[in-house]
Design a binder for this molecule. Structure first.
Ligand code: ADP
Length: 192
């Protein structure tokens, strides 16, 4: 199995690159952000809870996020593995993911691919996306800056855990989308 953690701050291009990677290697993408938005759209209890955090740019609590992710991992799939997009975002989630992958898939995380983009580019990309995406959390610079702040205070340390396991690879996330994809493919080929 290939199990990829796609990592990076908001606006670094995880969703875009996940799309290319799933096609190239026949993987299943699990995006916790997409799952929350699906729940918000359908006005579920989980959606209502998540919305109260997402609209402020804050992380949703670990337990509900992890439960939602676990349900998704348990669904049968005939792919070669998974791309985790937007999860883990805390140390607690990183430890949870390790257990879930072991217990449910009898496997492990193969690699953490980290897209590196500087903050001012992130803010510009997200504001631009907000013009068309309809995402409330993309519509306002203050919320965007809170999200980037959350990334540095809670998420960046996740990288240290994968570095310790020699599973952490940084890729420059600025440039042509296809060129960035090629760099990611090359890293996946190494662990195949
Ligand atoms: P982006 O990477 O652009 O911030 P996402 O779609 O990944 O967008 O996430 C949107 C929001 O959903 C986050 O700001 C956060 O509130 C919530 N969220 C997504 N994934 C997680 C997670 N693993 N843990 C906690 N909150 C999450």
């Amino acid at each position: 199995m290939i199990n990829i953690v796609l990592f990076g701050p908001p606006g670094s291009g995880k969703g875009t690159q996940a799309q290319n990677l799933i096609e190239k290697f026949n993987l299943k993408q699990i995006s916790t952000g997409d799952l929350f938005r699906y729940n918000i759209k359908n006005e579920t209890e989980l959606g209502k809870l998540a919305k109260s955090y997402i609209d402020k740019g804050e992380l949703v609590p670990d337990q509900v996020t992890t439960d939602m992710l676990t349900d998704e991992v348990k669904k049968p799939t005939d792919t070669n593995g998974f791309i985790f997009d937007g999860y883990p975002r805390t140390v607690n989630q990183t430890e949870a993911l390790e257990e879930i992958v072991k217990k449910e898939l009898n496997s492990e995380i193969s690699v953490c691919l980290s897209l590196v983009v500087e903050d001012e580019i992130l803010v510009n990309r997200l504001l631009k996306r907000g013009e068309t995406s309809g995402r409330t959390d993309d519509s306002n610079e203050e919320i965007i800056r809170t999200r980037i702040q959350e990334y540095y205070s809670k998420t960046a340390e996740v990288a240290e855990l994968y570095k310790k396991q020699n599973k952490y690879v940084e890729i420059k996330g600025v440039g042509e989308i296809d060129e960035i994809s090629e760099m990611l493919y090359a890293e996946v080929e190494k662990i195949k």
